[in-house]
Ligand binder design. Structure first.
Ligand code: FES
Ligand code: FES
Length: 170
């Protein structure tokens, strides 16, 4: 089975369907994971494959501003919803608040986990622009980093919240 997928990806309306004269032919297999759809169908490789089993958070994207593990989400399941990946952040060559926070506070080392942390953090600031440290730790509780020891990541998100309060988009 396959189906048409129609949703908003990184602010743009998108339909995956193949026109066949009178009918639209289903284009997205029922069993296609959102992670594989984003990376292999759309070509957005910022979302990373880590454990591929719901344990590491590297594949985190936002669905209607809520963090979602794309390795556990079917692409067909986001029909009519809004999906944001790390490629959606920043405008006109300027980093977003969370991107700047991770860059300036050294919240990234090897960087493999970073898109997932950034999206979980961006989702937090969209829902809660003034998070406490406990809020930040709770929001990042599903993301694993093998490099940083997490201290720099928490500092990065605190700084990002300050930048966001100053008017920079998360
Ligand atoms: S790749 Fe999805 S949680 Fe690890
Ligand atoms: S920066 Fe290397 S896993 Fe997090």
């Amino acid at each position: 089975m396959a189906r048409i997928l129609e949703f908003v990806l990184n602010g743009r309306h998108r339909v995956d369907a193949v026109p066949d004269n009178l009918f639209r032919v289903d284009a997205v297999p029922d069993n296609l994971l959102l992670l594989d759809y984003l990376r292999e169908v759309v070509g957005l490789t910022g979302t990373k494959t880590g454990c591929d089993g719901g344990e590491c958070g590297a594949c985190t994207v936002l669905v209607d501003d809520q963090p979602r593990l794309s390795c556990l989400t079917l692409a067909a399941g986001v029909n009519a919803q809004r999906v944001d990946t790390v490629e959606s952040l920043g405008q006109d060559g300027r980093l977003s608040a969370v991107q700047r926070g991770f860059h300036e506070k050294l919240g990234s080392q090897c960087g493999y986990c970073t898109p997932g942390f950034i999206m979980a953090s961006a989702g937090l600031l969209r829902r809660n622009p003034h998070p406490s440290e406990d809020d930040i730790r709770a929001a990042l509780g599903s993301n694993i980093c093998r490099c940083t020891g997490y201290v720099k990541i928490i500092e990065a998100v605190k700084y990002a919240a300050e930048l966001h309060a100053g008017g920079l988009a998360p």
